[in-house]
Ligand binder design. Structure first.
Ligand code: ZN
Length: 133
């Protein structure tokens, strides 16, 4: 079962350049910066009530974020929903005929188990399911 929107992921060329907008422009606090090696991405989390803004910066040209920036430029990259059980949630989407990017959960930022649904299946919005670590 889905619990809430956990975070909104925003692709940026540089966290150092983009964070000023969230900190000075909006008055949010950067909670942490974390590198996710498996995705070749550096992330910065800003708290906002029960949800977060996640800035995503590519760590290399191989990063999926590098590909996204090249194709679409900076902007909203994904929406992440917190759920009880990522495995069950992915299986449910698959059983209903929706395309998955991750058949099995992978490790995301904050040590969370995550899995993505393909944007072709979700009307253009890359959808992340995540589970509390
Ligand atoms: Zn995310």
């Amino acid at each position: 079962m889905l619990k809430k929107i956990d975070h909104i992921g925003i692709a940026v060329h540089s966290i150092e350049e983009a964070r000023g907008f969230y900190e000075q422009g909006l008055g949010l606090c950067c909670e942490r910066i974390e590198e996710v090696e498996s995705q070749q991405v550096r992330t910065a989390f800003f708290s906002l009530g029960e949800t977060h803004i996640e800035l995503l910066e590519p760590m290399s040209g191989d990063s999926p974020i590098a590909g996204f920036l090249k194709k679409r430029g900076p902007g909203i990259h994904h929406i992440a929903y917190l759920c009880d059980d990522v495995v069950q949630q992915l299986a449910q989407a698959k059983a209903e005929g929706y395309r998955l990017i991750n058949e099995e959960p992978v490790q995301g930022a904050g040590n969370k188990r995550i899995g993505f649904l393909h944007p072709k299946s979700s009307h253009g919005v890359l959808t992340e399911l995540c589970e509390k670590s």
